[in-house]
Write a protein that binds this ligand. Sequence first.
Ligand SMILES: *Cc1c(COP(=O)(O)O)cnc(C)c1O
Length: 396
Amino acid sequence: MKTIYVDNAATTAMSDRAIAAMTPYLKEIYGNPSSLHTAGQVAKEALENARADVALCLNADPREIYFTSGGSESDNQCIRSAALNGLKKGKKHIITTAFEHHAVLHTLKKLEKEGFEVTYLDVHADGLVTAKQVEEAIRPDTALVTVMYANNEVGTIQPVREIGEVCKKAGVVFHTDAVQAVGHIPVDVKADNIDMLSLSAHKFHGAKGVGAVYCRKGIPLNTFVEGGAQERGRRAGTENLAGIAAMAAALKEACENMSANSEKMLALRDRIIDGLLKIPHSKLNGDKVKRLPSNVNMCFEGIEGEGLLLHLDDRGICASSGSACTSGSLDPSHVLLALGLPHEVAHGSLRISLSEYNTDEDADAILKAVPEVVEYLRGISPVWEELEKGERKHLI
Ligand SMILES: *Cc1c(COP(=O)(O)O)cnc(C)c1O
């Protein structure tokens, strides 16, 4: 049975170009970029070429790019750094949204315990926050605004440029977790008024365990991994050169093909959304237009997302419920709850996240399997029975 992989918001397959870019650094070019001999200097040159490639895709200066182990580390470093530098000026307030990735939310929870005050902006039912909300929340003691570029569960694209503008006017540092955006939609750190940004290679067909921070010139970036002077003293440790070279190649490829990939995925996405909305008592989560070309997120009343996933997996379809699967808990997703969905509805969620490797046949298979599985699960669901008998009110 062919596997249909539609969980690209969780991770992606590496592209051939990324693998090809990586291999020389696993074999012939194994020098340490910090070594002064030729082998080291060849590696150093490759490292700086990769940095220049990544910078170019973001419209940044290469000196504003710092390599890390991925999105989580980048989020931690940016947020902690901005918080600590705010504190030096007596600023202890941070603004974020209720539906950030846990790499952001858990870092902020820790900072709250350390004496920071965090404002969690409400997310509208369409999965968006506004620049006005940010503007109204800014105080004289605000050290940082951190708002994700695109949400990893519902795929909604936030008005980052406007939020950046508001922060710029107020003189507040603006960080964005752009892990779902970079390589997928145009991201321009200058035009978007971004001070700090996190990205991760494995979300755009690079390797796992490698990412980067963009930190605008003049914004201090603190060190949290102590040791050697790698990354201009901002992150110690011998660089993951193979991973970094693959990331640069994958990003270059993603940026070159962005409009063609988007067009292809948009067509698939909208076909899947329109098809699945024909299922009675179903709902699309997040704005239909201001969303990633790759993202479908739906709720089906009367079923459990986990059950749906397992049955789809049996049919070779790898999707996600978008719920708190990492914690192994059966709590519904904090993102869907932030959008105001009732618990019962949020439980029945399905996230399909596409890549350009998906085909029309994949969409056909999804459009056949999901309605069948939903019907089957409803057939054995006591909740659905109550809904049908009118003992319980339909919520969607
Ligand atoms: C995947 C993801 C992360 C974490 O990135 P890793 O490289 O897996 O650590 C952070 N933020 C968002 C929005 C993500 O989708």
